[in-house]
Design a binder for this molecule. Sequence first.
Ligand code: BES
Ligand code: ZN
Length: 648
Amino acid sequence: MTILSPADRAHNSPFSAQPANMPERRPFARLPTDVSPVNYALWLKPDLVDFTFEGKVEARVQVSRPATNQIVMNCADIDIISASFASGGKEINATGFNYQNEDEKVTLSFPSALQAGSGILKIDFVGELNDKMKGFYRSKYITPTGEVRFAAVTQFEATDARRAFPCWDEPAIKATFDITLIVPKDRVALSNMNVIDRKPYPDDDNLLEIKFATTPIMSTYLVAFVVGEYDFVESQSSDGVTVRVYTPVGKAEQGKFALEVATKTLPFYKDYFNVPYPLPKIDLIAIADFAAGAMENWGLVTYRETALLIDPKNSCSSSRQWVALVVGHELAHQWFGNLVTMEWWTHLWLNEGFASWIEYLCVDHCFPDYDIWTQFVSADYTRALELDALDNSHPIEVNVGHPSEVDEIFDAISYSKGASVIRMLHNYIGDEDFRKGMNIYLTKFQHKNASTEDLWDCLEEASGKPVAAVMSSWTKQMGFPIIVVDQEQHGEDSVLKISQKKFCASGPFNGETCPNWMVPISICTSEDPSRPKLTMLLDSPETTVTISNLGPSQWVKINPGTVGFYRIQYSSTMLDSLLPGIRDLTLPPVDRLGLQNDLFSLLHKQADMQEEKNRIERVLGAISDAELTQKVLAFALSVCVAHFFSCR
Ligand code: BES
Ligand code: ZN
């Protein structure tokens, strides 16, 4: 698990296209479905001194016919003390707990077959508040008086709820949760839902028993609880949700910016999806020891301190932008991921790719002066193109099974390429149909699970466009195309010859059959550089299009807004014709950025250095920004030096 800071996103992210040392695929089977949970009543009593916890779960389950005498569930690093099954007024004790440690499962055996229908499975267990930042773990903090103390916190995604309580730990096995925490009376205790009861714990005067409201039906990886010392700032969003930002003691001020973002963001998503936020409250909390950047637990979002807190006196605008993006990302998951959940981890890319795209839409809405889409292009989009051009990239959609494989796919291909192809799709079908399709999807599958194809079907229904066919070509194949464009003038008309081939960083594609993409292409001219004059879907290796009434001095630009996930190689004449638009800045910044990035990447691949040097000089002369010029120069110089040495 890794944090994505803004710098990571732009430069040397620890996320790589292909995780190094990818382990061998391990045999894996999903849980049997003959016993499935409906509700978990869960009691947990963490010991913040000894770093252990005691737990009890009473799961209301449904047993299907023919009845079994075994229950298989997930369990890791937990010791079960006793287990029993009750139904129809009869209770039987489990006679054996068979732990399959490699598979993170336990099989409970009963002396007779369980009665089919509804029953209650009771399990008493103990565990360790570990220091591994997963499952139910301890997080160290220093009090304002300099004392070292520990909080107990959770991180369950992807497959670590099983380290806090025995459960059916798969995203499609949803149930409701009634959580009770037994905690020292001077500590804050939080969970997904609001507190409904707080009373003294019978066995110990220093403890309180805190009961939370029943959750909606949800996946185990979104369950969360926190016990520690925190201050908070609170506000109410315009749609009536209580929002709190919890900070370390004495730092409540630093939660104010995130509070502002969250109270603006909730109504934005409610309006965008036309689906209300279904819980009465949402807490955002800064955790001292946190492995990821942030985690979207339903109603209790956990953050690394740097992804949530802003010191009003000492913070730069890039830190504020980062906090806004992370808050926008995790709150998007409250709908996309939490309300409608991926059926299996294979669809994780959609969860993360979608949130990584819409966080920008949300920040652009809440803070238009950030010009945040330019940042998307310079960070996520260009990074995804760079990684995905490598021979060791992988398709967005990968089949995963064993837990060890799931963590591997939280990478830049899922996040940044995922976000980029969703942005391309949004542009292809347009905002109105996209929103309509999102509403169909979230309404149809709310409180259920869905697959990537389900989303394509809903967007197809809303737009009437071949969304599934287009998107499959981007998610099931690795890499992307380079679009080669040439222009010929036929009287008043301009004829463009457009073709596609796979773009490889290492040189020309030399595999057997070149893959083909269904490429949404838009074309603009100098008449209006920000609005497409023509849009088309390139679904073959090559085609021609005619632009009528194009004056001799007008230029043609492919991919306005740099929204298509491909590179473009213009003929020299076309590239030359773009120079006036670059010089007088009528070509918008994201277009100049995209063009410059394409030229850089093409430089690597050109044998004829002189011609390429001329191209660089032309772009250099045109791009007047001093910093950019310096970068281009340094790069061009390094290419020339490399060429010089390779010739000798
Ligand atoms: N769901 C993830 C958190 C996560 C990441 C859990 C990896 C388990 C493994 C969360 O929504 C997320 O994507 N967090 C990002 C920050 C985000 C703004 C891109 C992270 O933690 O880097
Ligand atoms: Zn996410």
